[in-house]
Write a new protein. Structure first.
Length: 69
């Protein structure tokens, strides 16, 4: 399998491009939810997949409740 290194970025850089944490990007790669490859224990994500990744609008921790009166 030949891989063009210009098409792939590290998990950290991919996370910056997608606007998520490195841990979440790595989890997506391991689960196969984003196109990635592991080389010697280091995950590389396809740049176009990272740039096109969109979070679900209701994903993540709720911001909190409005104060009671």
């Amino acid at each position: 399998m030949k891989i063009d290194p210009a098409l792939y970025v590290t998990v950290g850089h991919a996370a910056e491009l997608a606007g998520v944490s490195r841990l979440w990007m790595r989890t997506l790669a391991i689960e196969g939810r984003i196109q990635a490859v592991e080389i010697d224990g280091i995950w590389f994500v396809l740049r176009t997949a990272a740039e096109g990744f969109e979070r679900h609008p209701t994903a993540g921790r709720p911001r909190g409740r409005k104060p009671r009166k």
